[in-house]
Design a protein around this ligand. Sequence first.
Ligand code: GUN
Ligand code: ZN
Length: 435
Amino acid sequence: MSSHLLLGQIITFDGQPSAAAPELAARHEPHGAVLIEDGTISAVDTAQTLRNAHPEAAIVDYGDALISPGFVDTHMHYPQTRIIASWGKRLIDWLNTYTFPEEMKFGDPAYAHDVAALTLDLALQNGTTTLASYCTIHPQSVDALFTEAANRNMRIVAGKTCMDRNAPPGLCDTPQSAHDDSLALIERWHGKGRAQYAITPRFSPTSTREQLEALGALWSAYPDCLMQTHLSEQTDEIAWVKELFPNARDYLDTYETTGLLGARGIYGHAIHLEPREIDRLTETGAAIAHCPTSNTFIGSGLFDLAGLSSRGVPIGLATDTGGGSSFSMLRVMAATYEIAQLRGTALHPAQLLWLATEGGARALHLQDRIGTLAPGYEADLTILDLASKPAIAQRMSRADTIWEALFPTIMMGDDRAIRDVWVAGERVSRAAAAP
Ligand code: GUN
Ligand code: ZN
């Protein structure tokens, strides 16, 4: 049995840090240790305790670095990696100008494999060990991503993007083929190794009601799959949904009346919500993927994290690459902080770290497997250097608490802060992770 003892600072959470007393839910151990046996965390305690109890374990001493659960990116588009940071458009124009032409290329399995491998390596390089990705309409784009993830033993969520209107002909399927292709992919991948399938209608503007209904029926036949889509990202988009679905009560209703609203649904963006939509999200337990770097880059708006959290809506953080302009969940945490500031709330570093780890795992219904430092969890870990560059180090050296020490890395850190990554108990070498 392989056994590693990782030494470093650790933070563990008893639950979601509250806005009123965020530190109460967190425990900090400056000389902590995480024991990994056969891919799983088997103990978390002080370094002294675990060194004495497990003298056989191979020690990996990270000094003052912080041992964190791997980051969880709850919404991204791997086919958009090559068009990240494309200039000057808002959502619908950006899709037509940059995204759709690029997504056409994923009918070629070799291209899909190249970009899938590149994206997963960029994710690991940035400390992200789990992601939920949209693929393209091509089933082979899904095979490519799940295959590359299996090669890296990563726990990921993915699904074939379905569109049957308002997209170029080469990117459209039909209600029937979307259903049948998704079904075949579920049978091939869902629950195989670490793969989880998400039924993936892109968003209401690119699906007919018939297609949404076909995918709703598929979800009710496979209720343990996830379902991911977009909701209320830009005001122009919402006006378009009103035109396309004149009888719908609101945007969410286009999903609700077609069987696509449920607890295992993950709705990307959800910025401009009506009170009824908030009520329905709350009542069903559906999750929102908050994509702050995308929301500022594409000019979408300021997400109400404090308001929706206070209603109990599960929220995960997400890069939304390539609408988002960074692969780094540290950058996403910083943007989450900045947007909350603009809305009058200062999020505590404990809240940000929790959202990027356990919060994301909860949004993806993987909270029993990943996102937490505790015995029995899969050993997906990210080791954060809290002094990764001079600007951070000089501020960190003044810190009196772990939160003051961590916050400069959240606000200013990037892939240089990722000292190491472990996936299913195996160390990912930095050289391999850097494409
Ligand atoms: N809405 C529908 N498709 C997309 C997409 O690819 N990116 C973003 N940001 N929003 C979308
Ligand atoms: Zn998206």
